[in-house]
Design a protein around this ligand. Structure first.
Ligand code: TXA
Ligand code: MG
Length: 315
């Protein structure tokens, strides 16, 4: 199946494919997703098989309005208040699931991860479906996330891929669990802590609890097919002629690298996030590159999400 344009006709055809239990890759504002009808178990199982993803790692369910939550989960007033400020957008909340959400989707947990993406193509597709769409990132398990239709095509040759160009955010949604007094961050992502703080008076904490309740905390993730090493300085790089060096903040190359990119010459962490997987894919594809070195970025704002990904990519 080809990469297709997001015309209304094509989106209608894709909604039909999803209705019949097929799989469709589509763009969101974060990364591309591999979508299936939430209520079709065969389709859900196809996603795990395609990605080679273990059933212990649950899926995010995508909806096209806040009210659609009621179809699948219980949502308290505190949560509603917060998401009404930050949705649609790259924030995923963990909610108590209703019985119609299958165990395969949630890894047997009593909770379900829900998100209302702001990307208009994703929104239109989910609306045309009329049901929530379960979608993990459209990459093979533990590999680099896709920020372009071409990246999805590297992993999956036989599914329709809706081309929405390069994704705006470039990294996945932030995953949180909201309790009365505290928000727990299960995965740093496109909505940074500082943004959540604008709408939340309580505490915000990193989740360090049981792995079972945050399956996404596995060590190796987001990895290129080549070795990745995080460096503090260019001086740590060996054999530059076969190395990729991805830096940040306008640093000039001291060597003749096989591949050189700057995530953001102006030290803009939002831009750096949006270029992160883009450049890692390019370095992965570059035949001269044997090892990828990435300069660590300041762990503030979106820098936290970038560093979380780099650490897992280098694990
Ligand atoms: O930006 C995104 O979130 C993208 C786009 C496609 O929406 N999706 C995405 O899905 O990143 P995926 O499957 O790659 O990551 C889902 C994360 C995993 O870390 C998973 O463990 C966590 O969400 N998760 C899902 N359900 C959960 C639950 N019930 N409790 C805790 N964590 C959960
Ligand atoms: Mg993923």
């Amino acid at each position: 199946m080809p990469v297709i344009k997001p015309t209304t006709g094509n989106l209608k055809r894709c909604a039909e494919i999803l209705k019949k239990g097929g799989i469709v890759a589509f763009p969101t504002e974060t990364v591309y997703g591999l979508g299936a009808c939430l209520f079709n178990i065969k389709a859900i199982k196809k996603i795990f098989a395609l990605k080679k993803r273990p059933y212990s790692d649950p899926l995010i369910v995508h909806i096209s309005s806040i009210d659609q939550i009621n179809q699948i989960a219980w949502c308290d007033k505190i949560t509603k208040k917060l998401i009404s400020k930050l949705w649609p957008g790259p924030l995923t909340v963990i909610l108590k699931k209703k019985d119609n959400v299958a165990d395969e989707v949630t890894a047997g947990l009593k909770t379900v991860a829900v998100r209302f993406p702001s990307n208009p193509i994703a929104n239109k597709l989910i609306k045309l479906c009329g049901f929530p769409v379960a979608a993990p990132s459209a990459n093979r398990f533990s590999r680099l996330s896709p920020t372009r239709a071409e990246h999805v095509r590297k992993y999956f040759k036989n599914i329709p891929i809706i081309d929405g160009g390069k994704t705006v955010e470039g990294i996945e949604s932030t995953v949180i669990k909201i309790t009365k007094k505290t928000i727990y961050i299960l995965r740093h992502g496109s909505v940074c802590e500082e943004t959540i703080k604008k709408y939340w008076k309580g505490k915000i904490k990193q989740y360090y609890g049981k792995k079972k309740f945050s399956p996404g905390l596995i060590k190796k993730h987001y990895s290129p097919s080549k070795k990745l090493i995080i460096v503090k300085s260019q001086n740590e790089i060996k054999n530059p002629s076969s190395a990729a060096f991805i830096t940040f903040g306008g640093e000039k190359p001291k060597n003749n690298y096989a591949f050189f990119k700057d995530l953001s010459p102006s030290s803009d962490l939002n831009k750096a996030a949006s270029n992160l997987f883009e450049y890692l894919h390019e370095a992965e594809e570059n035949k001269k590159v044997k090892i990828i070195y990435v300069k660590s970025v300041p762990a503030v704002g979106k820098g936290k999400a970038i560093m979380e990904r780099l650490k897992k990519a280098s694990a």
